[in-house]
Design a protein around this ligand. Structure first.
Ligand SMILES: Cc1ncc(COP(=O)(O)O)c(C=O)c1O
Ligand SMILES: [Zn+2]
Length: 402
């Protein structure tokens, strides 16, 4: 087998890895890179990896770049894994969080865009457009700025203000869309011939997903090559979860890990097309979720592309799909804050899901469970209310706090 191939995940058609690719031209399926894993196993070892620094680019043999020269980096650290204080979650002894809020622009979307921008720049692309719930737009704007590329971001108009400012000041040309991320996707497609941009839409190109694989690589190393039994992952378009699954598959095929964790996705009751399809045993999401709305805007994806792949990841790993209410998300955000963990609503949804599934006897007491925190709270502080007028105001000469 050649070192690198690209294959359709639905019909198996192959494509040249050195050309700019979108989806399968035969069936519209999502394209995925395939590596000669035997060759990787022969050239790199776990001990060899230990000698490299802990960075996002550590497993470069499992990235589709021609060489390290192509890397566009903003300094991506290994993100921390913290054990949840033992007494905090009754009945469960081994709960961990991994905090991707430490990545550039504060979310895990940096992972997909770091590799996406690096590869597209290598392929000669100069202008990139993205339909985004917000955070992917911000991450693309940041990596685009670093790489000197033009960025166009199309986002639903309820996108948090902070994300808007971020995208604009990072130099992206921003358009608000009166509709969902799927409507934004249609606009990007419609104007593509006129503006000649590459559309880096979720699962409609094979590049971003390669960046999310590092989630699996980091987890494997951080858990000493014995990954947790279950991972709860907040899911909208599903590129993150497909990357996580693909990363673990590559590690087990090489022989570095023995198992892929059970993948459990969490969505919002306000937009849960994947949960519905999973529960109804459907192979894919058949129609868009109607009147989608949630404060966890990253989960607001009414009609995810390549939903068949996300559902395959759940079924192959004996996983699950569950949904939580916005009130539960806010309550979990507050719980995490009180433990010093600064999580955005999408991330906090994982704790809400854990509480819900725990009550349905999904977990054994001793099993290890990782909550994947996809972003930090900074951009979402508006969802937490305080009444400033109820706070005491002190003069410089205050003699008491009453
Ligand atoms: C913070 C956060 N978490 C989770 C998600 C869902 O990611 P995906 O679309 O890869 O499923 C998003 C998407 O925007 C997000 O911004
Ligand atoms: Zn195909």
């Amino acid at each position: 087998m050649p070192d690198l191939q690209v294959q359709c995940s639905r019909c198996g058609e192959e494509f040249p890895p050195d050309k700019v690719l979108t989806v399968c031209t035969k069936c519209g399926g999502a394209l995925l890179f395939r590596y000669d894993l035997q060759r990787v196993a022969n050239t790199v070892s776990k001990d060899g990896l230990k000698k490299r620094s802990d960075s996002f680019w550590k497993f470069i043999e499992l990235l589709p770049l021609s060489s390290a020269q192509s890397i566009v980096s903003l300094g991506e650290p290994y993100t921390p894994v913290l054990r949840f204080p033992q007494s905090s979650i009754e009945g469960l002894e081994n709960v961990y969080v991994k905090d991707d809020g430490r990545l550039p622009t504060g979310t895990f979307k940096a992972r997909g865009m770091a590799v996406g921008v690096s590869k597209l720049k290598e392929l000669g692309i100069r202008r990139i457009a993205v339909p985004s719930a917000g955070n992917a737009g911000a991450a693309l704007a940041a990596y685009g700025a670093r790489a000197g590329l033009e960025v166009y971001a199309f986002m639903p108009k309820d996108v948090p203000q902070a994300i808007l400012k971020e995208c604009i000041y990072l130099g992206a040309k921003v358009y608000l869309v009166n509709g969902s991320i799927n409507d934004a996707g249609e606009i990007v497609k419609k104007f593509e011939p006129k503006y000649d941009w590459f559309s880096i839409s979720t699962n409609k190109q094979p590049y971003r997903v390669e960046g999310y694989k590092a989630i699996a690589f980091e987890i494997a190393e951080q858990f000493n090559w014995n990954p947790p039994d279950s991972i709860i992952f907040p899911t909208g378009g599903g590129e993150g979860v497909i990357g996580l699954w693909k990363g673990f598959k590559e590690l087990t095929d090489i022989g570095w890990t023995k198992k892929t964790p059970r993948i459990i996705i969490v969505q919002s009751t306000g937009c849960a097309p994947l949960v519905k399809a999973f529960i109804n045993n459907e192979p894919e999401v058949k129609e868009p979720w109607q009147k989608a709305h949630t404060i966890a805007t990253g989960l607001n994806v009414p009609f995810p592309y390549a939903s068949y792949l996300i559902l395959r990841a759940l079924r192959e790993t004996n996983g699950k799909a569950t949904e939580v209410k916005d009130e539960e998300v806010i309550s979990s955000m507050k719980t995490l804050f009180r433990k010093g963990i600064y999580a955005c609503p999408e991330a906090a949804a994982t704790l809400a899901a854990l509480e819900k599934l725990k009550n349905q006897d999904t977990f054994d007491r001793g099993e290890s469970i990782l909550l994947y925190l996809t972003g930090n709270a900074t951009k979402y502080l508006d969802v937490l209310k305080i009444r400033k007028e109820q706070l005491p105001v002190l003069g410089p000469n205050a003699s008491s706090l009453d």
